[in-house]
Design a protein around this ligand. Structure first.
Ligand SMILES: Nc1ncnc2c1ncn2[C@@H]1O[C@H](COP(=O)(O)OP(=O)(O)OP(=O)(O)O)[C@@H](O)[C@H]1O
Length: 500
């Protein structure tokens, strides 16, 4: 300031600088800076004793203030030496955020208690009874591994509860998840126990989850199987699957046992949650220039899947369309091949089955019916959104080719169905219908629960079909969202993986 004042005939810039520096706020800021920069912040440590041995280990004293959160670290005892080590530091937990404790650090004292020779449970007790600041004396690990892992996102295909898993090192550090949950795996450095957060994440702190191989083993064990056993997922015989038989689904029984259908596409035999308990997923935004995603609706028979599908198409037939099915039955006089059905011979139909060209097929009154992949692709190629209803075996539509967005139509409670379906009719057979009975509602509810329990991991969206109008609006919104907003999809759709 004084230098500036001393300048004779100061330039405009110098004058402006002087005016700025004279401003009281800036003066206060400069004064605060000078005060802080002159202060000595070094800790006042006692001088090191002169007779320290050469090989004295460098120790680190770490003080953490414990709040309601757990410390976010697990410990292990080396059975040979009796030393206690930090086994892992939970990503985002208190210890991790302090940046002062690392997996592999040797624990020497906790709050002044030497821990050598103690059992991990005894140390956990010391920690559990400590409040406020906890002091750890540790010998830091010398070669800390560099964490160069990339983020991995997976969809859980099975349920997991750490409190029911006897093999987890610390159940409280574990993270429970349900089928269909999206997990962000933040640490895979341990081959057995990974760390993950559930998305959308409300906590920055990760939890322990079993690695793929460990989870596979524990799921197999719970099913009474061993690693290496050939997994054949059973077709869950759920009562209440689609009854209207507009397309009679899944030709069951002897006919499919014939050699002709030996390569019959069995939607579940090779598609098992047990084989892949975590499905790798990526965030996928449908590109406006690519064909739309297929919309696949499923739900228990009688819940209203077809009613909703029909109404959606009716809203805007220029945008939404069903796929034209194939059949071996002869055309009726008003029918035209490629409009109501693709009329084909039994031999042609069998060839398509053998070539896996059907998403679903079945037999009704001696005739075969099926929805083909090509019929769906034709609709998609025309720029429309194809809407089909399927049985819950979704393997045939969860492909890179069709990229199906699966919507589960869930029944409301029996009491609610009694109100909303008072004037509706259930289709009991190919073409006959009658008013709903109470048993029908119970059957729909049971079948819905069963379906959800077995297949919820494949649902991208769930709509409760209570009021028809409201369900229709929800369907419209969900279908738009499927095309316009980013969604989690199997990584194999975007880049082939070993799972594909
Ligand atoms: N929310 C609703 N409120 C009232 N009636 C409904 C509702 N949803 C569907 N319905 C009626 O219930 C009956 C059965 O619906 P729909 O045929 O769509 O069942 P579905 O799920 O396709 O089963 P299926 O294929 O076995 O027939 C129809 O008469 C339909 O109009």
């Amino acid at each position: 300031m004084s230098d500036l004042l001393a300048v004779q005939n100061p330039s405009n810039d110098a004058r402006e600088l002087y005016a700025l520096l004279s401003h009281p706020h800036l003066q206060a800021l400069l004064s605060a800076h000078d005060t802080v920069s002159l202060r000595d912040y070094e800790p006042d440590l006692p001088p090191l004793p002169k007779d320290l041995p050469e090989d004295e280990e460098a120790m680190r004293i770490v003080c953490l203030v414990k709040n309601n959160q757990t410390l976010g670290a697990t410990i292990r005892r080396d059975d040979v030496t009796g030393e206690i080590y930090i086994a892992r530091v939970i990503h985002g937990g208190l210890a991790d955020r302090s940046g002062l404790l690392h997996a592999g650090d040797r624990l020497v004292e906790v709050n002044g208690h030497p821990v050598f020779g103690l059992e991990p449970e005894q140390i956990i007790q010391i920690l559990a009874h400590s409040h406020g600041t906890i002091m750890f004396k540790v010998v830091p690990i010398t070669d800390r591994p560099v964490n160069n892992q990339t983020m991995l996102y997976v969809r859980a295909m099975v349920d997991y509860n750490p409190h029911l898993d006897p093999s987890i090192p610390c159940a409280d550090a574990g993270m429970a998840f349900r089928k269909g949950d999206i997990l962000e795996i933040v640490d895979q450095s341990d081959t057995l126990w990974w760390q993950a957060v559930k998305l959308p994440s409300i906590s920055a702190c990760a939890g322990l989850i079993p690695s793929t191989s460990l989870l596979k083993r524990s799921v197999l064990r719970s099913q009474g199987l061993k690693v290496g056993d050939r997994i054949i997922t059973h077709l869950h015989r759920l009562s209440g699957f689609r009854r209207s038989l507009r397309l009679c689904r899944q030709r069951r029984g002897q006919a499919f046992g014939t050699s002709q259908f030996c390569t019959l596409r069995c939607p579940t035999s090779c598609y098992s949650s047990l084989a892949n308990p975590y499905e790798e997923v990526v965030r996928y935004q449908h590109h406006p220039e690519h064909p739309h995603r297929l919309i696949a609706l499923l739900g228990p028979s009688g819940v209203g899947v077809n009613e909703l599908r029909r109404r959606l198409i009716e809203i805007n037939p220029k945008v939404y369309q069903g796929a034209v099915p194939h059949t071996t039955r002869p055309p009726k006089c008003h029918e035209e091949s490629g409009r109501e059905y693709h009329f084909i011979s039994r031999e042609q139909f069998d060839t398509m089955v053998c070539n896996h060209r059907f998403i679903e097929f079945g037999e009704l009154r001696g005739h075969l019916y099926g929805t083909s992949v090509d019929a769906v692709k034709d609709v998609l190629a025309s720029g429309k959104i194809c809407v089909i209803d399927i049985e819950p075996y979704v393997k045939s539509v969860r492909t890179a080719e069709l990229r199906a967005y699966v919507i589960f139509i869930k029944p409301p409670t029996v009491e609610q169905m009694k109100c909303t379906r008072m004037n509706s009719h259930i289709i009991t057979n190919y073409c006959t219908s009658r008013p709903f009975k109470d048993e029908d509602f119970q059957e729909i509810e049971d079948a819905g629960r069963n379906m959800e329990q077995h297949y919820c991991q494949y649902f991208d969206h769930v709509i409760v079909n209570d009021g028809l109008q409201a369900a229709c609006v929800q369907l419209l919104t969900a279908v738009r969202r499927a095309q316009d907003e980013p969604q989690w999809v199997p990584a194999a759709w975007i880049r082939p993986t070993h799972q594909s």
